[in-house]
Design a protein around this ligand. Sequence first.
Ligand SMILES: *[C@@H]1O[C@H](CO)[C@@H](O)[C@H](O)[C@H]1NC(C)=O
Ligand SMILES: *[C@@H]1O[C@H](CO)[C@@H](O)[C@H](O)[C@H]1NC(C)=O
Ligand SMILES: *[C@@H]1O[C@H](CO)[C@@H](O)[C@H](O)[C@H]1NC(C)=O
Ligand SMILES: *[C@@H]1O[C@H](CO)[C@@H](O)[C@H](O)[C@H]1NC(C)=O
Ligand SMILES: *[C@@H]1O[C@H](CO)[C@@H](O)[C@H](O)[C@H]1NC(C)=O
Ligand SMILES: *[C@@H]1O[C@H](CO)[C@@H](O)[C@H](O)[C@H]1NC(C)=O
Length: 353
Amino acid sequence: MVVVGASGGGPRPWLVFCLSPLLLGLATGCSRPPQWPVPYRRFDHRPPADPYCQARYTFCPTGSSIPVMNDKDVFEVYRMQAPVWEFKYGDLLGRLRVMHDAVGFKSSLTGKNYTMEWYEMFQLGNCTFPHLRPDVPAPFWCNQGAACFYEGIDDAHWKENGSLVLVATVSGAMFNQMAKWVDYDNRTGIYYETWVVKESPEEQARVWFEAYECSKFVLRLYQQLADMGAVFKKIQTNYTTLTVFSGEPTCLGNETSIFGPRGDKTLALAIRDFYSLFTPHHSVKEFLRNFWRIVNEVILKRHFYLFYNMEYWFLPVKFPFVKIAYEEIPLPSSKARRLNPPSQRTSADTTRL
Ligand SMILES: *[C@@H]1O[C@H](CO)[C@@H](O)[C@H](O)[C@H]1NC(C)=O
Ligand SMILES: *[C@@H]1O[C@H](CO)[C@@H](O)[C@H](O)[C@H]1NC(C)=O
Ligand SMILES: *[C@@H]1O[C@H](CO)[C@@H](O)[C@H](O)[C@H]1NC(C)=O
Ligand SMILES: *[C@@H]1O[C@H](CO)[C@@H](O)[C@H](O)[C@H]1NC(C)=O
Ligand SMILES: *[C@@H]1O[C@H](CO)[C@@H](O)[C@H](O)[C@H]1NC(C)=O
Ligand SMILES: *[C@@H]1O[C@H](CO)[C@@H](O)[C@H](O)[C@H]1NC(C)=O
């Protein structure tokens, strides 16, 4: 099992010895060379989700493909945000600022409006931790996320404990071009990634991994529209991020190289043991026992295993370990405004939501 010492002092010599092939990116089953942040992997098509993965809440129940709109139409574009699991817990996660992001469109020709969002097909828990199946050696992931488009905007849902704000106006032609991009994005970006992994809470800290979740889709979509010439309003837009803090990660391998017949049995067991701490609990007693085991593994031993781009990584996690933040990511600036240095865009011209 890989053990890495506390931050600051650097790895001890014997650790350097046993980790060095990994640090050089030589672990089998890892793409290389390591590059930070690790680029999110795109695929050429989306495979069907495994039948083992059964959604408790149907993914995108009223969804449809995006219709072709009249090029001459004019669409209002809305930023929409609501607490995660509002239908279940009301504003509880909203108070922790754990928000879900979506985009709304309203046609001025037909008056119809539409919601576009990207989210987990099998909910957040399934995207963050795998299932351990007795008959399958490797941890089993139900971690696909996808875009969902449907007619209608549920104003109350977004407004009451979140926000529904007009951010731009675009032409029907731009909408149609955006639809093509959504189709591409939805076919090639398949797996949800919950965590941002950073070296420290400092702003300039190195980012090892970027998340890939609902807000990243919204940000990519806004950028597509801006690149086509859409002009966004100047308002403050904050998004939720879940961050894990860690020293330099080590790629361990992929499913085959770790859990396959020629895999590393010790590492395979360590990874399964780690994920066993995060399986759903059936009783308070079980939860408490696992809670202390999690503290021991993550906080005291500083171990964390991350599955990213279908590869397993070891994270030598460090204080403050995990953070939920609700931080500003500005709306894209139009080409003209991009010429101004960022310092000229002071907080004076942003409005609180
Ligand atoms: C794992 O990595 C090996 C070696 O790089 C590669 O041949 C194999 O296809 C990969 N397996 C998966 C499931 O990605
Ligand atoms: C998570 O995945 C398991 C296994 O397929 C499934 O039984 C469960 O319903 C999923 N959870 C949610 C909330 O969809
Ligand atoms: C907003 O939060 C309150 C308090 O938790 C809850 O009662 C209400 O149902 C939430 N609104 C919506 C639209 O879910
Ligand atoms: C995105 O892909 C999923 C899975 O194939 C599909 O259900 C969904 O309708 C697609 N979304 C859009 C907007 O086309
Ligand atoms: C969307 O359309 C519905 C139904 O006509 C309407 O109730 C709602 O107010 C509209 N919302 C927006 C933001 O246009
Ligand atoms: C939004 O983000 C900014 C900067 O990241 C922060 O100062 C501000 O407090 C955040 N707003 C809320 C409501 O959390």
